[in-house]
Design a protein around this ligand. Structure first.
Ligand SMILES: CC(C)(COP(=O)(O)OP(=O)(O)OC[C@H]1O[C@@H](n2cnc3c(N)ncnc32)[C@H](O)[C@@H]1OP(=O)(O)O)[C@@H](O)C(=O)NCCC(=O)NCCS
Length: 352
């Protein structure tokens, strides 16, 4: 049975740097508060009318393909993970295919959500296809444009200061090389906390998940349900909401738990990890996980200080940067781990 290896990595972040000080012009916050609670110093926002989730994803994919030495038309499958797609439908997968100039219609394009865990979920899908022998080369992209959907008033400050835009990509290929590639992946979900970190509107829920439909912005309409209502727009109900402390508590428990699972599944120990790349949710969460697991500074990679939380893009951006910076070498044991909205979480352990 072939194994799945990462053959090439790539990333793209917009040029437009937004510092904490820049945000203080829009909302009541401070550089000190943001750094202390999140470790974030700056983030990138897309250039208006020029960049989008699929466009950034395409740039990251081009770099990953070039580093893998593979042409777009050699791909068997595209998997695109995002919670901020260009269009409600179709998804970014087909836009990426078009923008890469792939005219081969024999290729599939899968769009997945799974928010901050999107990349690890995508990895598990790609790994299953490759190990089954069905596909040889898969492009997995995680990209986000958060800046289009954030509340820049003081009311939205707890969410807005955290998120940034960007894209990362990997080319996954089949390998027969001994002791190389993905050793184990585990994914999890707990939908009982779905609304603790969510963007509820616009949507087709019609208020059914709340005892008070109006609290979700629902207004009855003559035909069907309200997808977006004047109330949602007027009352700022179209922005993401987050129960920050609850998310924090769950994240610091789930990260070590799932990392432990992939280590056990592979018969390895935390001391064997050469590099842990956690989803960049909050530097304080990553530091908590590092401490809980007793890992040294040189065993972890963080870059949230520069980019904020880029959701599905954060692991592939961090991985591509670590690879470009010479932090990942052949034979290294790399662990990728994620936690986020859903709640969903997961981890993957791979031999580089
Ligand atoms: C969001 C987070 C940084 C907030 O930190 P916190 O210590 O939990 O802060 P709280 O939400 O309890 O708010 C504390 C105070 O700071 C204020 N505050 C919130 N955001 C602020 C901001 N950007 N600037 C200044 N003050 C802010 C709150 O209004 C509150 O004020 P009050 O005490 O007067 O009511 C933190 O909860 C967190 O990082 N959670 C995890 C989030 C995450 O990782 N999400 C992504 C998961 S994938």
């Amino acid at each position: 049975m072939p194994a799945t290896c990462i053959k090439g990595t790539g990333y793209y972040v917009p040029e437009n740097i937004v510092t904490n000080a820049d945000l203080t012009r829009h909302m009541d916050t401070s550089d000190e508060w943001i750094r202390e609670r999140t470790g974030i110093e700056e983030r990138r926002y897309c250039t208006k009318h020029k960049e989008s989730t699929s466009i950034m994803g395409t740039k990251a994919a081009e770099m990953a393909l070039s580093n893998a030495g593979i042409r777009g038309d050699e791909l068997d499958l595209i998997i695109f993970a995002t919670l901020s797609p260009d269009y409600y439908f179709p998804g970014c997968g087909v836009l990426l295919q078009r923008q890469l100039g792939i005219t081969n219609t024999g290729i599939g394009a899968i769009d997945i959500r799974n928010q901050c865990s999107g990349f690890v979920y995508g990895l598990s899908i790609a790994d299953a296809y490759i190990r089954s022998g069905m596909y040889k080369n898969i492009l997995l992209v995680g990209a986000e444009t958060h800046s289009m959907g954030l509340d820049f008033s003081t009311e939205g400050r707890n969410v807005t200061v955290i998120f940034g835009d960007g894209a990362g990509a990997v080319v996954l290929s089949a390998t027969d090389e001994e002791n190389r590639g993905i050793l184990a992946t585990r994914i999890h979900a707990d939908g009982s906390h779905a609304e603790e970190l969510a963007m509820i509107n616009p949507g087709s829920h019609g208020g059914v998940h709340s005892e008070d439909p109006a609290a979700y912005g629902y207004e009855s309409s003559e035909y069907g349900k309200t997808f977006i209502s004047p109330k949602m727009l007027a009352e700022g109900m179209i922005y993401p909401n987050m129960n920050g402390q609850f998310v924090f508590k769950n994240a610091v428990a789930r990260f070590p738990e799932v990392i432990g699972e992939v280590l056990v599944a592979s018969g390895l120990k935390k001391e064997d990890i050469d590099l842990l790349v956690c989803h960049q949710a909050n530097l304080r969460i990553s530091q908590f996980v590092q401490k809980r697991m007793g890992l040294r500074d040189d065993q972890v990679w963080n870059n949230i200080q520069k980019y904020g939380n880029t959701t599905a893009a954060s692991i592939p951006i961090a991985l591509a940067e670590a690879v470009a910076g010479g932090k990942v070498n052949k034979g290294d044991l790399v662990c990728l781990a994620a936690f986020g909205s859903g709640f969903t979480w997961g981890a993957s352990l791979l031999r580089w």
